[in-house]
Design a protein around this ligand. Sequence first.
Ligand code: CP
Length: 323
Amino acid sequence: MTQRALALGKDLVGLEHLSAEQIQVFLDTAEAFKEISERPIKKVPVLRGKTIVNLFFEPSTRTRISFEFAEKRLSADTVNIATTASSVAKGETLVDTARNLEAMRIDMVVVRHWASGAAKFLAERIRSNVINAGDGAHEHPTQGLLDLLTIRDHRGRVAGLNVCIVGDILHSRVARSNIWGLLKLGANVAVCSPKTLLPPGIADLGVTVLRRIEEAIEWADVLNVLRLQLERMQAGYVPSLREYNRVFGVSKVRLARAQREILILHPGPMNRGVEIDSDVADGPHSMILAQVTNGVAVRMAVLYLLAGGEPEKAEAAKTAEGA
Ligand code: CP
């Protein structure tokens, strides 16, 4: 199917408004691009001549570096802008920064911002493609896609699986992108969290609320364990980190009681010994590093498709000469 027929649009702001078919195309294209990162020379000329700006208003390790690798492996020219070293630190607005970048004839902006809605705000005001690398507590669509790809890789499907998202749902853009993506692909989705870390009305999205981690472990095929976002917590959402670990921590002892093997995901960065114990994070069912590997392929797919690449030509694009 051509990109026109798929109508992926100019930007990727979230998974909420994508169809199951559009999500599948991102995943299938990522599957095709995985192999590039396994080559001795990890470079193809797919985005040669394109200029991409990575504009990060919040700290990031995985997402920023993963986008940069994806861009470089597709031969794009990239610029990283850390807001502390740019005129944002002098009070320049997001849109003024982006318009100045556009005046230098860029093609795409990858943006991470602390404000929910920042990516959409920007996408509506500039001509370049905008990719949301995480906006406040709204969405983190490429993380959602890489989580879906990792589940599909290791379980062969997403439809019909029981996936429970555990932890700080309230502050989590990863939770929202996961919920939209998983539901669209036909998974059964639950959340498990202290009441204080659950957004009001979460069940209206079509997810089940599980109150106890033991219940979640009994029910789930996949646990996606989220970080307690301590930096966003103004109030005492949990009595203490030790108490949180005691009541909601994913531990080897708890997992040993499960009826089946549970796939463990975590978007990172982890608070070891808080939401997840080290023997689980480093254990045989942990997909945490596989998620990171898949992140590069997913971001290649997103860049390729938004740049106008056709899904069925991804294989041919990979083998083109001239990188
Ligand atoms: N998963 C994720 O977004 O990690 P970073 O904050 O390191 O990018």
